[in-house]
Design a protein around this ligand. Sequence first.
Ligand SMILES: COc1cc(/C=C/C(=O)SCCNC(=O)CCNC(=O)[C@H](O)C(C)(C)COP(=O)(O)OP(=O)(O)OC[C@H]2O[C@@H](n3cnc4c(N)ncnc43)[C@H](O)[C@@H]2OP(=O)(O)O)ccc1O
Ligand SMILES: O=C(O)CCC(=O)C(=O)O
Ligand SMILES: [Fe+2]
Length: 363
Amino acid sequence: MAPTIGDRQFTDSSIITNFIINRGNGVKGLSEMGLKALPKPYIQPLEERLCISKIVPQQSIPIIDMSHWKNPQVASAVCDAAEKWGFFQIVNHDVPVEVLDNVKDATYRFFDLPADQKNKYSKENSASNNVRFGTSFSPEAEKSLEWKDYLSLFFVSEEEASMLWPPVCRREQVLDYIRRTEVVIKKLLQMLMEGLNVKEIDETKRSLLMGSIRTNLNYYPICPDPELTVGVGRHSDVSTLTILLQDEIGGLYVRGNQGDGDNWIHVPPIKGSLVINVGDALQILSNSRYKSVEHRVIANGTKNRISVPIFVNPKPTDIIGPLVEVLQNGEKPIYKQVLYSDYVKHFFRKAHDGKKTVEFAEI
Ligand SMILES: COc1cc(/C=C/C(=O)SCCNC(=O)CCNC(=O)[C@H](O)C(C)(C)COP(=O)(O)OP(=O)(O)OC[C@H]2O[C@@H](n3cnc4c(N)ncnc43)[C@H](O)[C@@H]2OP(=O)(O)O)ccc1O
Ligand SMILES: O=C(O)CCC(=O)C(=O)O
Ligand SMILES: [Fe+2]
């Protein structure tokens, strides 16, 4: 029998929408009802589920030791990974484990709030567009929902964060994570720009590369039938770089670069590491030298999972296109000049659809 809320059965999607989206219970609220079956709106079409035969267990994305980051071999490993994989993990990056643990605690604290408290930050109720609690990715546009809740925090200033971000997620600890990570971001961007023959990151380039920061706190609750759904569907990020902190549960998969490319590689959790990936904005700026690669998250049947990506982006008002340094040897531009906020709006307006977003910027 289908699970119920009150005397209503959980079969019809308007009840789901009301309970999960409008009343702020999220998919966490659904999970905590102890459902025995996955509600229909979460059942993904077969082609969007991750079939075990497509997982390549013997492969791994590069793991780069940042302790001697000034060593040219580190820069070469970073540029190589950005070209070939679009994804890598870094260890010995100088962001203390306590800072990482604190932001994980802050994430749990927020998602442990009662629904009505979290719902104060929903799209309809939030005091600002810069703070948003939501579920799935783009529920209005999706045919099947994704098994994830999130809190999205667009960083404008420390003052605004102190005023608007939920106090319970310990603003100072989230801000500390951003501050400490920024140092690593700058090092990585410097290496990646040198690899493109960009000698100096001036103010214009700084804005294009790291003009805005968005942090998401992601919560993937226990799922009654993980094989039928997804935590996050196939997508590439629209950032320049994403820095992702994941917990010890696992479940993130990256599209591999072998054969026809229909193979997926698990990103194993490594205590203290950060996962780095190239986003669409850097793919566009580098005229496809660096690749934003599709990734997805599977749901888990026995454990709750959290992750905390920091999306490092151009400023919304920046125009992005291939950098002049990349084209100076006569290379043909693959992308036109686009307003970054138009690009992001295009991404959010539709369901996850793999690498299709970048077509918006293609010539
Ligand atoms: C949620 O699950 C996700 C998320 C992701 C994210 C991956 C990334 O790479 S995020 C990095 C995106 N870049 C930036 O945020 C920096 C630049 N920012 C901007 O350009 C603007 O701030 C803006 C994001 C375009 C919003 O501008 P604004 O003028 O406020 O526009 P709106 O009309 O309010 O919003 C447009 C459209 O987007 C939806 N939206 C806005 N913010 C979010 C958000 N944080 N999460 C989800 N959706 C958002 C908003 O609802 C509007 O849609 P409508 O349908 O209502 O028109 C990767 C994977 C995931 O699973
Ligand atoms: O949770 C994860 O491991 C990845 C999440 C993700 O891809 C995203 O938020 O863009
Ligand atoms: Fe992502």
